[in-house]
Design a binder for this molecule. Structure first.
Ligand code: DAH
Length: 370
């Protein structure tokens, strides 16, 4: 005969000693599970004589009830302790220092590009874009580069492998091919989705983009950025070109004292052509504007050549225009004093942390563009 009171004190001790919910469950199953010790006792009641059952029944049922209650109590205590532990572990310590976050920066070229777009937009220019991989026609032929002419070599062009017809595409050497795409579209459906539709003269567009030449020194990088400009209207002359560029330069450098000069030059796609330089001082390993005896070339420009107008389906007797192409990275290096253009694309995060801009500093002509 099982000693019920002994069994009860054993089981009670095991319930009290259960350190967690899993251990408690194991005790419960061992006592009250299908073939647990207490369940077996309950089953044995069936085989007893009525007298025995009358004596044993209340003892065994009492044991089951007290044990069940004790387990429930222990379970509540364990649950409360677990919750306390969880709350203690998840406590928010407001006195801890904030973790440092790496902050990105806007690359100076992108900042300068945005500033340029803001100024030209204010002057009434729309924006157009074209592909980085160009065909010979748009990059050279339509722009009045004669076939086999050495001028094609003057750009140190990156050629792609020839296709089955022997045609070699190029990484565009300048943004000028987009002039062609914009003018062509005047008489044709848009050749590609990046050209704004429905443009007929008068045209006033700027074209920001990447350009490529096989060239590398302090003022040249194999990939660089240009902002092209194109104005087509009636009775357009060189005076409009000079006013536009001078006005832009004064707005961009936020002073009218920046000295510029136009130098006669040659481009196949403009006649007459010029280059524009900005006076600066590059003697001390740093580029300073508004002083010194150096001149940095920042753009090429001119009156659009009649052949280019014709190549694009415009009648030169009716329409004239001017065009220009800025070197964006150079313009940025002048404004923000970066001595070597190659650093701009070296992907050195220390350089970017020094010269980069906060993403919150959006260009805005009303607040001085900074
Ligand atoms: N495409 C020329 C270059 O990359 C720059 C240029 C010169 C653009 C004269 C023009 C222009 O639109 O009219 O060197």
């Amino acid at each position: 005969m099982t000693d019920i009171s002994q069994l009860e004190s054993d089981l009670a001790a095991r319930v009290d000693a259960a350190a967690d919910v899993a251990a408690l469950e194991a005790v419960r199953v061992a006592a009250l599970g299908k073939s647990g010790q207490v369940s077996e006792l309950l089953k044995s009641l069936g085989a007893m004589s009525p007298d025995q059952r009358r004596a044993q029944g209340p003892l065994i049922n009492g044991l089951r009830d007290r044990l069940t209650a004790r387990i429930a109590q222990r379970r509540a205590a364990l649950d409360a302790a677990a919750l306390d532990a969880e709350l203690a572990a998840g406590r928010l310590d407001l006195s801890l220092p904030a973790s440092t976050r790496r902050r990105g920066a806007v690359h100076p070229t992108m900042q300068v590009m945005d500033e340029m777009i803001a100024i030209f937009a204010e002057m009434g220019f729309a924006m157009a874009e074209g592909p980085d991989i160009e065909d010979d026609f748009h990059n050279f032929t339509a722009l009045n580069f004669p076939p086999k002419h050495p001028a094609r070599e003057m750009h140190d062009t990156f050629f792609l492998q020839a296709d089955a017809n022997g045609d070699r595409k190029v990484l565009r050497t300048h943004t000028s091919p987009v002039q062609v795409r914009v003018m062509q579209k005047t008489n044709q459906p848009p050749p590609a989705p990046w050209i704004a539709s429905g443009q007929t003269p008068p045209i006033r567009v700027i074209v920001p983009g990447r350009t490529y030449r096989s060239d590398s020194d302090a003022t040249h990088t194999p990939m660089f950025h240009q902002v092209e400009g194109l104005v087509i209207d009636r009775d357009i002359h060189m005076g409009h070109l000079k006013w536009t560029l001078d006005t832009f330069i004064a707005r961009f450098f936020e002073t009218s004292s920046v000295e510029t000069r136009f130098r006669p030059h040659h481009f196949p796609f403009t006649e007459p052509s010029a280059e524009m330089d900005v006076r600066c001082d590059r003697s001390g390993g740093e580029t300073k504007i508004g002083q010194g005896t150096d001149w940095m070339e920042i753009l090429g420009c001119g009156m659009v050549h009649p052949n280019v107008l014709r190549n694009c389906g415009l009648d030169p007797d009716e329409w004239q225009g001017f065009a220009f192409g800025f070197g964006v990275d150079r313009l940025g290096s002048l404004k923000y004093g970066m001595p070597d253009l190659r650093d701009m694309f070296a992907a050195d995060t220390r350089w970017l942390a020094h010269y980069g801009f906060s993403a919150y500093q959006t260009p805005n002509p009303a607040t001085g563009l900074s």
